[in-house]
Design a protein around this ligand. Structure first.
Ligand code: ATP
Ligand code: MG
Length: 181
């Protein structure tokens, strides 16, 4: 199984300065008043795992994830999030016991992705997390309204969730990729 170790956020949504969220062994709860940034932390987790829909991240365009300033603070030039996963069980197909995934977005629209500080493509992040329940098509981040969405889905859409959970989606993806070639 995979465990979140920590999350570093800088210049993302309401966090201009670097913050580090450390996940312990038990359950982590984030508490705070309305508008204090709890959901923004969850958005950061989705975003670093490769989310491409600004709507899912509660914005109109992807640039909206970059801290856009307050009366006292200038906007930041980029947003950066790093998620560190404990891979000591080897669930991820890489030889590292700890895997740090980083995503950075500049106002110019330029994006960068890293795995353990080495530049990778978005596709590499997607493939790394595929079949783990994390990542773009994962079910591990359940937002408001997601349960009712799942219940109202058509059967083949719902099947995708079960295929991801069963670890089959990777093979379907590879089949589609090889057929395309
Ligand atoms: P609630 O308890 O109401 O759900 P919350 O703690 O989940 O609140 P969030 O939705 O995480 O709050 O944070 C909302 C705040 O984040 C708003 O004040 C909004 O202005 C701020 N915010 C969102 N995007 C940006 C951005 N790009 N730059 C600066 N602030 C932002
Ligand atoms: Mg919220």
């Amino acid at each position: 199984w995979l465990r979140l170790k920590n999350l570093e956020i800088q210049g993302f949504k309401s966090f201009p300065d670097k913050i580090v969220v450390t996940f312990g062994d038990g359950i982590t709860a984030i508490v705070g008043p309305n508008g204090s940034g709890k959901s923004n932390i969850v958005d950061a987790i989705r975003w670093v795992m490769g989310e491409q829909s600004s709507k899912t991240l509660r914005g109109a365009k992807m640039e909206d994830v970059i801290f856009n300033g307050t009366s006292e603070r200038k906007p930041t030039g980029y947003a950066e999030v790093t998620l560190v996963l404990d891979n000591s069980d080897g669930e991820l197909q890489v030889e590292f016991a700890e895997v740090a995934i980083t995503r950075r977005l500049y106002r110019s629209g330029e994006s960068e992705y890293y795995i353990n500080r080495s530049t990778v493509r978005l596709r590499d992040i997607h493939e790394l997390l595929m079949n783990t329940g994390l990542g773009r098509d994962g079910y591990s981040v359940i937002g408001q309204g997601k349960i009712s969405e799942i219940l109202s889905q058509k059967s083949d859409e719902r099947r995708q969730i079960f295929e991801e959970a069963a670890g089959i989606s990777k093979y379907r993806y590879r089949k589609t990729e090889s057929e395309r070639k």
